[in-house]
Design a protein around this ligand. Structure first.
Ligand code: DGJ
Length: 727
């Protein structure tokens, strides 16, 4: 049993394989958090200091304040002056609530969240549901705690039901709140921009409030919902890590606040900016799911557990046994595509081990550049005179599979759709909407918009043998309003937009059940757990430059697995160094799921033969990368771009532990002083002998444990691979 309740002490304990989370009911009504950490290390007696100036309730008395104790789910206006989880505007106009514990239930498995992706129940999953009520508004609050024992993860969210007689409005909604003792932590978050996603930032937690967030209507390139609090001495192999994430792709808030007692509160949720939700009598609201995990074993252990959680509980399906090695037309041709050229691509690509042609942007409407056509999802017959179905059959006759690009949430003002329905765009009444990449965002809160899209995709794709869809999203939401919603629901626009997005994803998954969806948002602008729940992999970044890409991938792997990380070898930019660049970019791409984005028709035989070797090598290690355990050795963020890591085989990758180890070394900046770097493979079996199938050299496992010494290159952008195989 993962969840227990001790009636005498009114104590709840939620256990994963290695961790424990505990809280109790105090004074018969308040939920007070006691412990989160390693299993068996607490007697659950934590009590925060009572401080003067902290309000107390007359019928409870001095000595207990909602402002000092570790309140499990804190409410705005309850006397808790710290960041709170729920702000609810009552019919009287104030925002005070006092939800008290009423009862609870423990169920096996989990409940799903209506219309929003959530993690799938795993072996041993149980859910604790706490029922609370606020007497004045009549609202009922349910707190959900779902356990994923093997992954040491507990998920959290709430639902709110207006069982009162009058309308209320949610003005802040945080799915997860956690109080931690002390504030001797560093906060790790992932920040960035388009083409520079998921840089790793580590900074000390300080008194006051620190936040990462998105106000862009997408989880965004700028901050990622993942965040961790770690001990000061935590590194890859040791130390406390409390990690958090949010299964949602729109605006979010992760906040960390240190109180007057020096204790830390962490919250994850929709936040209070650009979010509101009106609940009329009888209506209810379900918040997205947040997850938390704890490990005492450092960042490497955290990442590996997160990786297997995403593979097993988040990604919905992998319709193909082997991930396709795509040849994507974007960086090869941009908008300059037509039927014959793409058929030629397919016949050429298949010779070198590529197995899916992905037709990117430019195939529909009047889409000859990024100024027109979005919204008009019918085939451009000038470029594809035989129609989509015949063209796709011709591509597939080459032996290649076929993928196609779409961007359903968007509309160009220069499109038939906009001319017919200008009122279908997200906008604020009487205000001119801002453009971004010459496009507006469709109002997915409006069911008519979704109906139109479903109908047009059904018509265009009906009878077309599509194997894969690349789903893009290339701008953020400014002027966040919905012409469809009434004035008093305008602050619901971005949340309802996301519900519409998930609705369309679910429709695609149902209508085209064998199609693999690759997610994209100008690269990795929606690189989040909810998008991973409706797709198989994500285009990591539009930046494929060898110098930058190792940073982006290294940062992405902190929280998300190789399994979802789409990595392409693109057109080398420096023509003189073509062979090295194609080699280096391949070594970089080998961190995740391989693809190509180059004009194969323009490549010389030397490059094409190199690609043939690359695709064959990738196939030989695909399972090891996809399911193996990742160990990071050298961080580009701390070493001027130099990066090293390895994947070790596990039963998940179909082999014995450490039968094979794939080590990658990438060097972005040259050193001319002949330094060597030592790469220690701690996971090699000390008693085994390994042969590196790349160089042919033999090593004892002990030698690998102690570290191989590698003489750094004199020039930039060189890399090395070792594939150690147990002999
Ligand atoms: C942005 C994506 O990230 C690119 O890969 C490509 O699909 C373009 N959009 C097409 O417009």
């Amino acid at each position: 049993m993962s969840i227990t309740f001790n009636e005498t002490d009114k104590l709840f304990v939620i256990s994963t394989n290695n961790t424990e989370y505990a809280f109790k009911v105090r004074h018969d009504r308040f939920l007070v958090h006691l412990y989160y950490g390693e299993k068996g290390k607490s007697n659950y007696d934590f009590k925060a200091n009572y401080r003067s100036f902290s309000p107390y309730l007359p019928n409870v008395g001095e000595g207990f304040s909602l402002n000092d104790d570790f309140i499990e789910f804190p409410f705005y206006g309850s006397g808790d002056f710290r960041a709170t989880s729920l702000k609810l505007r009552a019919p009287a106009g104030d925002c005070c609530t006092s939800f008290v514990y009423k009862s609870h239930e423990i169920i096996s498995g989990r409940k799903i969240i209506k219309g929003i992706p959530c993690a799938r129940a795993q072996e041993g999953t149980e859910t604790l549901i706490i029922h609370m009520a606020d007497e004045v508004t009549g609202c009922l609050l349910n707190l959900y705690y779902t356990v994923f024992p093997k992954h040491d993860i507990i998920s959290r969210y709430f639902t709110l039901e207006n069982a009162g007689k009058e309308t209320v409005k949610i003005e802040k909604a945080m799915s997860l709140s956690l109080n931690l003792v002390g504030h001797d932590y560093d906060m790790i978050s992932l920040y960035g921009a388009h083409m520079e996603e998921r840089n790793i930032q580590r900074s000390a937690v300080v008194m006051g409030n620190q936040r990462v967030f998105s106000r862009r209507g997408a989880s965004s390139h700028q901050f990622n919902p993942f965040m961790a609090l770690v001990g000061k001495d935590t590194d890859e192999t040791k130390g406390d890590v409390f990690a958090f994430n949010f299964v949602y792709s729109g605006n979010f808030l992760d906040e960390v606040e240190v109180d007057q007692n020096g204790h830390t509160r962490v919250q994850v949720g929709l936040g209070d900016e650009d979010f509101g939700f009106k609940l009329e009598a009888g209506e209810s609201f379900e918040a997205p799911e947040a997850i938390m995990m704890y490990t005492p074993n450092g960042l490497g252990d955290m990442s590996r557990k997160m990786h297997s959680f995403v593979r097993e509980a988040i990604v919905p399906r992998d319709p193909m046994e082997k991930r396709p090695i795509v040849l994507n037309t974007w960086e090869a041709c941009y908008f300059d595509i037509d039927q014959q050229k793409l058929i030629d691509f397919a016949y050429e690509g298949v010779k070198y081990g590529m197995d899916m042609l992905v037709m990117d942007d430019g195939w529909f409407g009047a889409r000859n550049d990024d100024k027109a056509g979005l919204g008009d999802w019918f085939t451009n017959t000038e470029k594809f005179p035989d129609g989509l179905a015949v063209f796709v059959d011709k591509v597939k006759a080459s032996g290649m599979k076929f993928g196609i690009w779409i961007e359903p949430e968007m509309i160009n003002p220069d499109s038939d759709l906009y001319r017919a329905h200008p009122e279908w765009c997200i906008s604020c009444k009487d205000r001119t909407g801002s453009l971004s990449r010459s496009q507006y965002v469709l109002d997915f809160a409006n069911p008519a918009v979704l109906d139109y899209l479903k109908k047009s995709f059904k018509e265009t794709f009906d009878g077309v043998a599509i194997d894969y869809i690349k789903w893009d999203f290339n701008r953020h939401i400014s002027e966040p309003g919905s012409p469809y919603l009434p004035a008093d629901r305008q602050d619901e626009a971005t949340f309802r937009f996301m519900l519409g997005v998930y609705d369309l994803f679910y429709w695609f998954m149902e209508t085209f059940p064998n199609v693999m969806i690759e997610n994209c948002s100008g690269g990795g602008g929606r690189y989040d757990l909810a998008m991973m729940s409706v797709s198989t992999q994500i285009w990591t970044s539009d930046n494929t430059a060898g110098r930058i890409r190792p940073f982006i991938q290294y940062g992405s792997l902190m929280a998300y697995p190789s399994y979802v990380m789409s990595c392409h070898v693109s057109n080398p930019m420096v023509v003189e160094d073509y062979m090295n660049l194609i080699d280096y970019k391949f070594k970089v791409a080998l961190a995740g799921m391989l693809g190509y984005e180059l004009n194969i028709l323009h490549m010389g035989d030397d490059v094409k033969n190199e690609i043939k070797k690359q695709t064959a090598f990738y196939r030989s290690v695909e399972k090891l990368i996809k399911f193996g355990d990742l160990y990071r050795l050298v961080s580009p963020f701390e070493n001027n771009g130099t990066t090293a890591y390895y994947y070790v085989s596990t039963p998940d990758s179909g082999e014995n532990y450490a039968d094979r180890i794939l080590l990658t070394y990438l060097q972005n900046e040259g050193v001319n002083d002949g330094s060597t770097i030592t790469l220690k493979i701690s996971e090699a079996d000390a008693n085994a002998t390994y042969k590196d199938s790349v160089s042919g050299e033999t090593f004892s496992g002990k030698e690998l444990n102690d570290g191989i010494n590698f003489k750094m290159y004199e020039n930039n952008m060189h890399g090395n691979l070792w594939l150690f195989e147990r002999v």
